[in-house]
Ligand binder design. Structure first.
Ligand SMILES: [Zn+2]
Length: 211
């Protein structure tokens, strides 16, 4: 990732250091062009068209999928005429009851709290920008926070664990994936897409207009 060189009274990074050869390149004024390193040709900045619109739409879709994932059963286990359904939150509560408090809190943090905070943070930053108003109060701080909690969102690790359990428990009981498994799976991709559409350079520039 290219590092930016700024001074406190500049609104945008004026130069970008090439991560491959360290050459300082001047940042484009209008965000409409791709910036290549003048010496080695490495891509330092690639324009992402309609990044605010796309990220906002994807963050809204992610929030919808998140609500869906927490409202419907995750898995149903059928064994000897006995059926037990679990949702994401009841699963976390069961872990707590079984004495696995640490694991329970970890799943809560990485699969519920961190992703929800990221989605709400994105919506808080992007919605006022989309509708042409000034950036929301503290939006720059929220954006920094959203970037800092990103490593704590581990929905894909959880999903992988669920898939392994599905295969392993398959011969002991009939496991029926619920609506939530599909919406949760989709949520992982939609969240990744929302962040990949985001243009941090453009966003920082828009958020800086408050100053
Ligand atoms: Zn270079």
């Amino acid at each position: 990732m290219a590092s930016n060189v700024t001074t406190s009274n500049q609104r945008r990074p004026s130069v970008v250091a090439c991560p491959d050869c360290d050459l300082l390149n001047r940042f484009p004024e209008d965000y409409r062009s791709t910036l290549l390193c003048a010496r080695c040709g490495a891509v330092l900045y690639r324009r992402r068209p309609n990044s605010i619109d796309r990220s906002l739409a994807l963050a809204l879709a992610a929030l919808f999928l998140f609500l869906l994932s927490n409202s419907f059963p995750f898995l149903a286990m059928k064994s000897g005429g006995f059926v037990q359904e679990t949702t994401l939150l009841t699963g976390i509560r069961e872990l707590w009851k079984q004495g696995l408090q640490g694991l329970s809190l970890l799943v809560l943090l990485t699969c519920v709290v961190a992703p929800l905070a990221q989605m709400l943070g994105l919506l808080y930053i992007l919605a006022p920008l989309k509708w042409g108003r000034r950036p929301a109060v503290g939006a720059a701080r929220v954006f920094r926070l959203v970037q800092e909690i990103a490593p704590w969102g581990m929905m894909e690790v959880f999903m992988m664990g669920v898939l392994v359990a599905l295969v392993k428990l398959g011969h002991m009981a009939t496991i029926v994936p619920g609506v939530s498994v599909y919406s949760f799976g989709a949520l992982i991709f939609v969240m990744a897409a929302a962040f990949s559409c985001l243009d941090p350079h453009l966003l920082w520039d828009r958020l800086d207009l408050r100053r």
